[in-house]
Design a protein around this ligand. Structure first.
Ligand code: CA
Length: 423
């Protein structure tokens, strides 16, 4: 049988080479239409959403219990496990192939199951069980360390030995397009004696990838590299909005809290781990060697291009302010998951792991305004006369990501958010 990742596969649905959603991708999402407002599960293909519920009702796609694709989140489908994920993806690929008449030559079913993307409203694709945010880019951690502690103490002594993280808020994870209210909090200017309570003045984004966990693990257990990998259902783009002034005053000694809890945006399409398989590569050499439980036998990083655009309200289109790659991450998603569970922490279906801000070695590869404007000291120019150090009200931030194949790309679509003034 042909692999769904075969670069020569093509669909009877025309897909442009620059599209994020060729037949080799098939990312899952949750959508609704004005004709049928119940959120249900679909797959992106070119400029269409393939309605899996319609295929299920027509007995073209039978997976687990009937109704798994009429759910308003991917969680029940993910809970079925990696063998069924593989089988389902292979069947959807088969149904969309140019040489398969099943759907191609069935106008009634095509009419019902293929929804133009422009008519689909996209929803948060998963019920987020828990949200953990890592800090795994050496370049990002070094940049932030230099700004806050100086060059000699940039990386904390633990950083090279484990993936550092904190437990974030699942309740405020939102889908792309959701507007984000400027947060309020305690601020203390460096020279001020006492803190005040006011709207954040140093609002930032963080360019990250989100890992969607599709299988649970037992409390008290540990995971091997292979077990952790099998639990990863897929990936989304993630913007970990950050209030730098709130963060800087609150973070000692327990880490981020209010500065990160007001919003986290993710892209609506979950790109499966299987679709990314051809783009695997080894991450940076880890020196010192990690402890045995964190060692990896496989290359667990991905060659995945990322870019960030910023648009002030008066601008027609966003200006690109960062172009980097997921491959630079020092700790892989598999290592993050192994470490997360290592103390005996149970993982759940629908857990979301933020990779941590993804910065590369070059200046143009910095994944936050904190780094781009070097803590507000080097403003960037967006358009004649429009400069930024941090985000202003009505600014819109867009992240995109894709793996470039030969003649096709496995894309993530985008995650967008616009800042509303504080209340
Ligand atoms: Ca973060």
């Amino acid at each position: 049988m042909t692999s769904p990742n075969d670069p020569t596969l093509c669909s009877f649905i025309p897909v442009d080479a620059a599209s994020d959603f060729p037949i080799q991708n098939l990312p899952y999402g949750v959508f609704s239409t004005s004709a049928l407002p119940a959120p249900r599960i679909g797959v992106a293909i070119g400029d269409y959403v393939l309605d899996l519920w319609e295929l299920e009702q027509d007995c073209r796609l039978v997976v687990g219990d009937l109704g798994v694709f009429s759910a308003p989140t991917l969680n029940p489908f993910m809970a079925l496990g990696p063998k069924l994920w593989t089988r389902t993806r292979a069947r959807i690929s088969e149904l969309l192939r140019h040489d398969n008449p099943e759907l191609r030559d069935n106008p009634t079913l095509r009419e019902r199951a293929l929804v133009p993307m422009a008519q689909a409203k996209l929803h948060l694709p998963i019920a987020v069980a828990g949200y953990t945010d890592f800090y795994s880019s050496k370049e990002h951690a070094t940049n932030v360390g230099i700004m806050f502690r100086g060059k000699d103490n940039a990386l904390q002594p633990n950083w090279l030995h484990m993936p550092i993280a904190y437990n974030g808020r699942a309740s405020t994870v939102v889908v792309s397009g959701t507007r984000v209210r400027r947060p309020r909090g305690q601020l203390k200017p460096p020279n001020g004696e006492l803190p005040g309570f006011a709207p954040c003045k140093r609002l930032d984004f963080e360019l990250e990838m989100g890992v969607v966990i599709g299988q649970a693990s037992a409390m008290g257990g540990m995971l091997t590299e292979a077990q952790a990998e099998e639990m990863i259902f897929g990936f989304v783009l993630l913007n970990d909005w950050s209030a730098r002034d709130i963060q800087q005053w609150e973070y000692v000694p327990l880490g981020p809290f209010q500065g990160k809890a007001f919003a986290t945006s993710i892209s609506p399409w979950v790109v499966t781990r299987e679709a990314l398989e051809p783009f695997r590569l080894s991450g940076p050499k880890q020196d010192p060697a990690p402890l045995p439980y964190l060692r990896q036998a496989k290359p667990n990083n991905y060659d995945l291009e990322l870019e960030v655009g910023l648009r002030a309200a008066s601008m027609k289109r966003p200006l690109r302010i960062c172009h980097t790659n997921f491959k630079y991450m020092y700790w892989s998603s598999v290592q993050q998951l192994v470490h997360h569970a290592a103390c005996g922490c149970a993982m759940n279906v629908g857990d979301l792991l933020g990779s941590g801000t993804i910065s590369g070695p070059e200046k143009s590869q910095r994944g936050s305004l904190l780094e781009i404007s070097w803590n507000g000291t080097e403003p960037i120019e967006l358009e004649d006369g429009i400069t930024r150090t941090f985000l202003e009200d009505n600014d819109s931030l867009v992240m995109r990501g894709w793996c470039q194949g030969d003649g096709y790309r496995i894309g993530f679509g985008e995650v967008e958010g616009t800042i509303l003034p504080a209340e």
